[in-house]
Structures are given as structure tokens and as C-alpha cells.
Design a protein around this ligand. Sequence first.
Ligand code: UD1
Length: 364
Amino acid sequence: MLPKFLLVAAARPNFMKIAPIWHELKKHLDRCEPLLVHTGQHYDKNMSDVFFEELGLPRPHVHLGIGAGSHAEQAGQVMIAFEKVCQELKPALVVVVGDVNSTLACSITAKKLWIPVAHVEAGLRSRDWTMPEEINRLVTDAISDLLLTPSRDADENLAREGVAPERVRLVGNVMIDSLALAVDRVRDRDVPSRFGLAKGSYGLVTLHRPSNVDDPASLRRIFDALLAVEAPIVFPVHPRTHKILEAHGIGAGADRAPHPVHLAGPMPYDDFVNLTLNARFVLTDSGGIQEETTWLGIPCLTLRPNTERPITVTEGTNELATLASLPGQLARITAGQWKQGRIPDLWDGRAAERIAAALLELAG
Ligand code: UD1
């Protein structure tokens, strides 16, 4: 019997990391049996199913159907359900990606059943323990057998924490594998025209961090700042943000403002990639979008006090921003004075090959 590899996918940013690994492992069916597990943390069609279709992923082998809840509820329910799956399927290896609650829950569950765990996107640190993702990253890295890192700063973080170098493998950024393919698919589309906008004329905004959106007063201040930007804006809204906007009437009529803010629902991946590569600038609090804009060479403003992806600032096109710093930064973008950036090492579209090789080696 071939060793089973369980690949855990849970939330929107996981799908573009899991897909390239899945497709690469399918080339080695003589050596392993890859199986997809969806925890159901993201469950709306546009937060989940659409991505499976676009990324060529099959229906998950197992769907835990967990859905929303508090952090403890979500993690607890994933652990209870995933333990049963592990006991039944007896995988040789569990692969988790990123830093969401399901990453933490599945790594702990597997490890307590003595199943080896590989963490893809290991070693990133914001050093901000108020972020739920930072706790998820620290715990997952502390217990995983194989730490697959996207960049050298991640290796340095792990070394500083005393992690033995044999557990760490620098493989590059697997999300870029998906992005490179998507750019080839969508380069000729014109998604901005759906909003009546010309390519290169608008800012693209995404916001979903609890620290920015959960407090209505904070979200209102941010929205007022968006209306003050002297460019049209496209803002695909995450369900978490949508709830607060709607409950407090924030953003009503913004599409008719002198510099309109066009609100939209969560976007399919291909449409979003097209909107990104045609944007004048991106304003975000996402982790992955900081990396995607660096790879695409698009100016990125990250509305957070810190980032677990500092390489996007030191090498890429990203800068941290506050509401106070925003006008000056936007003026530099408009004046064409933004840095060019470079693509970090091993963000070359071939990370999944290196990951698959490391997984097969780990499984013996
Ligand atoms: C989660 C991750 C975050 C990641 C983000 C990407 C954690 C701690 N957070 O945050 O790291 O950047 O995903 O999107 O794991 N909801 C829906 N439909 C869905 C999914 C969620 O309506 O398909 C609603 C939920 O009911 C909930 C809210 O959105 O009220 C937040 O969902 P949740 O999964 O708890 O966290 P995210 O904010 O999405």
C-alpha cells in the first residue's frame, strides 16, 4: 500500500498554496497517494468552490464541514473531526499550509497521533502576538517535523528560535507557482472595465484583519480615507468586513462619490489576479497580496503596523502604512516615485517541485 499524504486546505488563501503541491504529487502516484482534506473554514461558493474549479483541484476526498465560530470553537471542532479522519485513513504524512486556525488544529491533531507533519510557509513571524495567525504560526512550527520556508528571513527566524537546521528546508514561495499560471491565463482579460475603469487607473483595496475591520469606528475612518484618495477604487469585500459595513451603513453610496469606491463581493481568483496586475496601486492588510504585488511589481501599501513578510518591504514593492502616512505614500505613487523592487530568490514558480521532493523524502 502506498503512503497516504493528507493535504489540508481550509480557507481562501490556502487553496492557491495547496493546488501546486497537489498537481506535483499527482506526478508521483507510484510513490504516494495524495488526498485532499477541506476543513470547511471557508464555505461560501466564492470563498471556496470557485477556487477549486479555477485551480483544477478535485472535490476534496474528505470535507469536515466545520464553518465559522470563535477561535476555540473552530479549532476544537476541526481537531475532533480531523482526529477521526487520521485514525481511519492512517496517513504517512499530514501537510498543512499557511497560518489559519485549521493549520494549527490539524498539525496538533496529527502530531499527537504520531503522524509526521510538514508545514508549508513555515518561519514567517510578525512578532505581533495580538494576531491570531502569529499564534498559529508559532505553534505549528514548534511541533512540525518538516518546516518548508518561502524565504531566508523565515530560516533566520527559525534558527533564532533554536530549531535544528535538519528540520528546515528553503523551498521558495509556492503561492507564486499558482500566481504565475494565473497571470498567463488572465493577462488578456479586462476585469476593470466591469467597473467602468481603465487599466492602470485605479486602486485595489482588500481589508479583513480583525484589527482593521471589527471595530466599526476604525473601519469608518479607513473608509473615509479611501473616499479621500484621488483615484477610483475597487474594493472586493471579505464576508467578515461585509458584516460590519452593512450593520453600520458604512460605504453606502460610495460608488457615486467624486472619486468612487466600487464595492464588490469576494472575487474569483482569476478575476482578482487580473484586477491586481492592472491596478495603479494596491492597499491591503492581507499577507498573500503583499507577496503577489511584489512578484507583479505593483506598488503595495499594507495597512498594518507590522508584517510577517518583511522581504516584500526590503526587496519588493511593499510599504507599511497608517492612515496618517497614506496621503504622502499615494502622492509618491502618483508621481511615479515608488520603488521598483525585485523578485525574491526562489519565487520562481517551481516551489511545488521542491516541496514534493522534500515530502517524498520525509515519507521515505
Ligand atoms: C481567515 C484567517 C486569516 C486569513 C483569512 C483569509 C484565521 C484565524 N484567520 O480569517 O488568517 O487571512 O481567513 O480570508 O484562521 N465567513 C463567511 N463565509 C465564508 C467564510 C467566512 O461568511 O466562506 C464569515 C464567517 O462566518 C465569519 C467571518 O467570515 O464570521 C470570518 O471567518 P473566519 O474563517 O473566522 O476568519 P477570516 O476572517 O476569514
